[in-house]
Unconditional design. Structure first.
Length: 105
């Protein structure tokens, strides 16, 4: 079974004992948005990289952990999110985990 953003977020919320409404207030997003992230069947997650970073800061985890459920020792995704200025609406960045057999070279 694949670990989804919603499942990871739900687990972090349980650990922190915070409700969806409280998280929505902390992040400044509608409660319905948090509900969609949790109940979206793995398809719903923040589109804005700044929101992902804010969630990671709030729960004191990396963006990589939010996306995959485990920490990345190399902090590859964190480096991209921290060092790249992303203009919402101009570019879409897709982060996808690739297995070693999918890599060429």
């Amino acid at each position: 079974m694949t670990t989804t953003f919603g499942k990871i977020l739900e687990r972090l919320m349980r650990q922190r004992k915070i409700t969806g409404k409280a998280l929505a207030r902390e992040l400044g997003v509608p409660y319905r948005t948090v509900q969609e992230w949790i109940g979206g069947g793995g398809r719903k997650m923040p589109r804005d990289p700044d929101v992902l970073k804010e969630i990671a800061r709030y729960f004191q985890v990396s963006v990589h952990f939010l996306l995959y459920g485990y920490e990345d020792d190399n902090n590859f995704i964190g480096e991209i999110f921290e060092k790249t200025e992303i203009h919402t609406g101009l570019y879409e960045i897709t982060v996808k985990r690739v297995s070693s057999r999918d890599r060429k070279g």
